[in-house]
Write a protein that binds this ligand. Structure first.
Ligand SMILES: C[S@@+](CC[C@H](N)C(=O)[O-])C[C@H]1O[C@@H](n2cnc3c(N)ncnc32)[C@H](O)[C@@H]1O
Length: 216
């Protein structure tokens, strides 16, 4: 074996969310928006993901909250019922997904890699199964943290790279090792931790989903 090849191998450049790829991702989710079975517009409010996000971000009365990559706004819909005095915003790449977001939740079309909000505009932000589609992950994490006020809270629920291969995924999707995303969050936040979560509180997590909880 020619060992020199090992030493000559360059570090791979991180993937880029080019205009063409962004359009492809957007078109794919525009189309998926009609699929209510796999992309539902509601979620059972008893699901632990909802409870955990709420526990981490609360109290939210009078606070402004961003759902990053909100899809049809299923999480914002139920969180708003729990926190009627909070102001909810949903940001998504797909305008077709945003059409399903309930009235009363502000919506913005755009990419989480360049959020159309001022620094510290939100008191809190969360992202559920959306960061995995952002391609430029470091940039998206930096943006989510930028738009949250110092002291504000951030929750991310996504899939664990240690379970990669368990589900069919589009070629741009990425899952995260718990420590990897904690490290990215710590670049902008004073606290960041992670833990495995399951949909139901009384069911032990199987490791697929991880919640990352941070305080800026
Ligand atoms: C699997 S869905 C999850 C939607 C929602 N968070 C939920 O849990 O129902 C992923 C969402 O991320 C959105 N998305 C993908 N890339 C994005 C980007 N760069 N910026 C913002 N949203 C994006 C998609 O359009 C899609 O609505």
């Amino acid at each position: 074996m020619d060992l020199s090849l090992l030493f000559r191998r360059k570090r791979q450049a991180p993937p880029a969310l080019t205009g063409e790829l962004r359009e492809r991702i957007r078109a794919s989710f525009d189309e998926a928006s009609a699929d209510e079975e796999n992309f539902p517009s509601t979620i059972d409010p008893r699901i632990y993901h909802v409870k955990l996000i709420h526990q981490h971000l609360a109290p939210l009365a009078g606070k402004r909250v961003l759902d990053v990559g909100c899809g049809k706004g299923r999480f914002a819909r139920v969180l708003r019922e729990l926190e009627p005095e909070a102001e909810f915003w949903g940001l998504d790449l797909s305008e077709e997904m945003l059409r399903y977001v309930p009235a009363g939740i502000h919506t913005r079309a755009g990419s989480m890699t360049e959020l159309p909000f001022e620094d510290g505009f939100f008191d809190a932000a969360y992202a559920t199964e959306s960061l995995e589609h952002a391609v430029e992950i470091e940039r998206a994490v930096a943006e989510i943290c930028r738009v949250v006020k110092p002291g504000g809270r951030i929750a991310i629920i996504d899939k664990n790279a240690e379970h990669w291969g368990r589900l069919k995924t589009p070629e741009w999707e990425r899952w995260f090792r718990p420590a990897e995303l904690e490290r990215l969050l710590r670049q902008h936040c004073r606290q960041a931790a992670s833990r495995p979560v399951s949909y139901w509180e009384d069911v032990a997590p199987d490791g697929l989903f991880v919640a990352w909880l941070a305080v800026k």
